[in-house]
Design a protein around this ligand. Structure first.
Ligand code: SF4
Ligand code: SF4
Length: 79
């Protein structure tokens, strides 16, 4: 195994870590940027970027699920 394949493996592991880290999942294809979730979130976790809801800081999310309840398109999941 050369250095190149070692580097690729490390990169892949890092990507998987990031996915596991976030407990908020937004189906961006179904988001119409209505801002309801961002306005309703009591902890300012979500912001609208380019007309799509985006997680600003997952660490301050309290998993209250207000955002999932208010989204008209069911595009947010909080685990
Ligand atoms: S679960 Fe609650 S705190 Fe977390 S993003 Fe949704 S509204 Fe905000
Ligand atoms: S409430 Fe739903 S559709 Fe509206 S911005 Fe948030 S995620 Fe997108």
């Amino acid at each position: 195994m050369g250095l190149g394949s070692l580097f690729k493996r490390n990169k892949k592991e890092k990507k998987e870590e990031v996915v596991e880290d976030s407990h908020i999942d937004i189906i961006t294809d179904e988001c119409d940027g209505c801002e309801k979730c961002a306005i309703a979130c009591p902890n300012n976790v979500l912001i609208i970027v380019d007309d799509v809801s985006t997680v600003r800081d997952a660490q301050v999310c309290k998993s209250c699920k207000v955002c999932t309840a208010i989204c008209p398109n069911d595009c947010i999941t909080v685990n």
